[in-house]
Design a protein around this ligand. Structure first.
Ligand SMILES: Nc1ncnc2c1ncn2[C@@H]1O[C@H](COP(=O)(O)OP(=O)(O)OP(=O)(O)O)[C@@H](O)[C@H]1O
Ligand SMILES: [Mg+2]
Length: 391
């Protein structure tokens, strides 16, 4: 134990070159039955530096006989690690300033691409077709990325069916503005989000909404006080038309995830979505097969309600990564309907849906930050192994 502490004392924050001990970041160091659990506070540490720290911990401790396995946990003021139980209660929304936020309307000017301040990676989530689970996947992917220690935000850009306020249990949420006239995003389960649904009356006719769109997305990108985010996910409206195109042209989008069910018709539309992103030179991170199958709780048999492995086959044909297959599960829907999103509930850990989201988030994260770029692709790194993220 003494030797171990001595070695941990030398682990540095690559950004400041100070040790984590000097920065008073260590919160837990426990060794039980050969499993060493360490936890540190990671505010201000980028995902890249987090990986360097984890590799250094592994490298310096792997020689110790008493340590068989290492689990590294992190906490941050806005997100918690996968190993730490998430609150069952939505976190308090950011402290509202006096003024309510208002949206400007009208088409966006043909702006040049601008980065979103403080945001490291912007990911557009698309689906050619509606109703395939785009919002469900966006919300749960956000939570899964946060479970890996990332700070994550969501723009719900779906004007026709905004669903984030419902999924995150904040239907009555009213965003406020800061003194600098920035919109303060909602925060729930550690995820910051902004949604058109927070600004409109749910019964407003849809026809009014179209003309507002260009300007609104621009405001969601640039007039929201996002703070520091590792990932900002955009839940786009379904389809591949002008609306979607204009939305993703104002900022640099780092990658896209396309959701489809295994049905031919959904796949046909998803392929159009992929073409749209390719034309815009947006890298395709991969596809998600949602509603992949249904495992009958009575007979235990797996039923392929929307066809068998359609997205898997299509992604192979199109040369696109398959990020994961999310089966149908009742609790995924009820969680969304009740404002208690599935991946915020540790009780589901180990279930097929849970594992699918862990796999998808791991692949998205390592798309941008390869765990061990020199290693053979089929050989997951130590940390992906202990996190269960192996390809
Ligand atoms: N794997 C799943 N298992 C069970 N229910 C699911 C699953 N995926 C999505 N659902 C449910 O299916 C419905 C449609 O999903 P969702 O709203 O995420 O789709 P969408 O593509 O965003 O739709 P829209 O085009 O309306 O925005 C929701 O009620 C959701 O809870
Ligand atoms: Mg939706």
């Amino acid at each position: 134990m003494e030797k171990m502490k001595e070695l941990l004392d030398q682990i540095k924050n690559p950004q400041t070159n100070n040790t984590l001990t000097a920065e008073k970041r260590w919160q837990q160091i426990d060794l039980k039955d050969g499993i060493l659990t360490v936890q540190y506070q990671r505010d201000g540490i980028s995902p890249q530096d987090k990986r360097i720290i984890e590799t250094n911990i592994e490298e310096s401790l792997k020689g110790l006989e008493e340590v068989k396995e290492i689990i590294v946990k992190t906490t941050s003021s806005q997100s918690q690690d996968v190993f730490k139980a998430l609150d069952n209660q939505p976190k308090e929304a950011a402290k509202p300033a006096a003024q309510p936020a208002a949206l400007k309307t009208g088409h966006a000017p043909a702006a040049n691409k601008r980065p979103v301040p403080g945001v490291k990676k912007v990911i557009a989530v698309g689906s050619g077709k509606g109703g395939v689970g785009k919002s469900t996947v966006t919300a749960n992917l956000a939570l899964s990325l946060a479970n890996l220690g990332n700070k994550v935000g969501i723009i719900d850009a779906d004007i026709y069916g905004p669903s984030m306020p419902m999924i995150f249990g904040m239907r009555e949420g009213k965003p406020h503005a800061t003194e600098a006239k920035k919109i303060v995003p909602m925060e729930s389960y550690g995820i910051k989000f902004i949604s058109f649904g927070l600004f409109i009356n749910e019964n407003d006719p849809v026809i009014w909404r179209g003309p507002m769109l260009g300007g609104v997305l621009n405001q969601f990108l640039f007039d929201v006080d996002w703070g520091e985010l590792d990932y900002l996910l955009i839940d786009l409206p379904p389809g591949t038309g002008d609306i979607q195109l204009s939305m993703v042209q104002n900022t640099h989008v780092d990658g896209t995830v396309v959701i489809s069910t295994p049905q031919d018709i959904a796949l046909l539309d998803a392929t159009k979505g992929l073409e749209m992103f390719k034309k815009l030179n947006i890298p395709v991170i991969g596809m998600v097969e949602n509603m992949s199958s249904f495992i009958c709780t009575d007979c235990g048999k797996e039923h392929h309600i929307f066809g068998n492995a359609g997205v898997e086959k299509a992604s192979a044909k199109l040369g696109v990564n398959l990020l994961g297959k999310v089966p149908l599960e009742m609790e995924l829907r009820t969680g969304s309907d009740n404002g208690v999103p599935y991946m915020s509930q540790n009780q589901y850990e180990g279930r097929a849906v849970w594992n699918a989201f862990v796999e998808i988030a791991g692949k998205v994260d390592s798309f941008f930050y390869p765990v061990n770029p020199t290693a053979n692709d089929n050989k997951p790194g130590f940390f992906s192994k202990i996190l269960g993220l192996g390809k």
